[in-house]
Design a protein around this ligand. Sequence first.
Ligand SMILES: Cc1ncc(COP(=O)(O)O)c(C=O)c1O
Length: 471
Amino acid sequence: MAIQWSGLGPELLLRLDRDSGQPLRSQLEAGLREAIRGGRLQGGERLPSSRELARELGTSRGLVQECYSQLLSEGYLTSQVGSATRVAMGAYPAAAEPPQRPEPPAQLIADFRSGVPDLASFPRGDWVWATREACGSVATPDLDYGDPRGSAVLRGVLAAYLRRVRAAAADPGHMIVCTGFAQGVVLALRALAETGIRCVAFEDPGYGAADTSETVQAVGATRLRAVHVPVDDLGIDVAALDGSGAQAVVVTPAHQSPTGVVLAARRRHALVDWAHRNDAFIIEDDYDSEFRYDREPVGVLQGLAPGRVFTIGTTSKALAPAVRLGWILAPPSLTPGVAAQKRISDRGSSTLDQLALAALLESGRYDRHLRRMRATYASRRAGLIAALARHAPGIRLTGLAAGFHAVAHLPAAADEQAVVAAARERLVGLYGMDGFRAARVAGAPQLVLGFGQVSGRAIEPGIAAVADLLG
Ligand SMILES: Cc1ncc(COP(=O)(O)O)c(C=O)c1O
């Protein structure tokens, strides 16, 4: 029950700092909002009259009136003719207990987390430019709900781009713009489930192998059964896939996640052959193919068998996960099914963001950013190789062909989890292969070392700090 202050009303402790340079009105508004949110002023409580508060604070009455009327329009206050201004009922429930602030995570010397690009290098200026272009050029009818496959402009530009850089058999009519791989794979799997497919295979180890991965959790919501197929030095074991009963498989041929191996040429052909023989489908996760160092990039599998392969691409590695834009090149027979799933899911991705991406691609800014990032990651990769050679020469590093992670092979007797825990105590973020394995079957002890998020300068001290754990 709010206290009914009578008389002139209570004084209200609000501080105005005349030296701060911030306008007095903003300070007063912020002070009142904070008092209401924090429960100092509760629903129904009367505020001092504007004349009284102005006198207390030594300001003009007009300034207080403007401030009250702003908070009235925001719903923090109420007022009736002939009655005082009060705190609106239910504007903010009094906080019973102040919320606990989580402990800030300890500052690491180096964090070798994989999967995330260098966020500090996101091309902010280019994105601002592209967003302006998109906003300025979008036709008014295109602000409506559109084709669930996405903007025709972006699909046209992307198809040309993927034909050029990924040797894809890219037709804009069979492209569906989505929010990234996470959504793309779910849309493809749902469309496949609609055609009667019941079993999908994932690489093990793999992005979709760990039972905590979003992909595996999403598969749980379809009628599909998931099986896991081993990966060796040549990529996914196609013979094992053949015996698995799967009618669809999710693979990372250009740079296996997380082992980093490139699917060998004969396996690529065997995989496509498997799909043809079994009337099956391949979902190709083309997640970081933009970053390749020593050799020419391999083209997408989809170019070999466009009727059997979905290729899913994403801007999460090339730009940043926050962009949430990706694309699916679907087999022609399944394009309507995938488009229908996209429509059911969210009616289509943001047209403005799609137009911004199209502008980025067409203007060459996207390629310029990739060139810059390729050089950055190549130098970090060289730094990682050099730091390991210097501090832990016994450690073998593999999977360096592309992307921004590699695999460090620990001595056979090492305890992967103990190494990870001990490194954390020394403020170094290391991550085991364990988290990528299905059913947590123990394998050879390995670390997945990401260098997207660790600055070039932090690599050497990071590795030096854990060298004895590695060796
Ligand atoms: C193997 C792999 N594929 C795809 C992605 C990207 O997913 P999304 O496009 O949903 O951000 C990731 C992100 O970590 C990944 O590791």
